[in-house]
Design a protein around this ligand. Structure first.
Ligand SMILES: [Zn+2]
Length: 157
């Protein structure tokens, strides 16, 4: 019996071991949202996403996503983002960047979008990697959140 249980655990880990790591103080609804979104939208069962919900980012920056290595990502949300809907949106937008990184469309080191050098002189709202993250966020929001999107998104694929 012991052998069987071990085998089952091993099996389920092999099938799906994606994990979300978050502080105890983070709103569990936000953690569940990221967990569901990652499960449904990231086709890689072996990634880990570390969430930090109250990071001291620059006041203009709501969130940041980083790829530490191809299997490990972080999402930081600025502590000054207090509105629940904006927080959810920001988590999904940052997860959108992670989706693009996991697909190889977005690279941080070196900075590349679709294999080409990123043009950081582009205004924020027409940066293709930001538009893509918003498009992912819209898709995830519509699939997982039961309330209207907090922003008007102008360009959807
Ligand atoms: Zn972004």
């Amino acid at each position: 019996m012991r052998i069987l249980i071990f085998f089952l655990l091993l099996q389920s880990n092999l099938v799906w071991s994606q994990s979300i790591v978050a502080p105890m103080t983070m709103d569990y609804k936000e953690i569940i949202l990221v967990n569901k979104a990652a499960k449904s939208f990231i086709n890689d069962s072996s990634i880990t996403i570390i969430l930090k919900h109250d990071s001291p980012l620059h006041p203009y920056i709501e969130g940041v996503a980083y790829q530490i290595n191809p299997k490990l990502y972080t999402i930081d949300i600025n502590f000054n983002v207090k509105d629940n809907k904006i927080r959810k949106w920001t988590l999904l937008h940052e997860l959108g960047h992670i989706i693009d990184m996991s697909l190889g469309r977005l690279s941080q080191t070196p900075p590349r979008w679709m294999g080409k050098k990123m043009n950081r002189d582009l205004p924020w709202d027409i940066r293709p990697w930001e538009i893509s993250a918003d498009e992912w966020a819209v898709e995830m929001w519509e699939a997982l959140v039961d309330e209207p999107i907090p922003y008007i998104i102008l360009k959807i694929k």
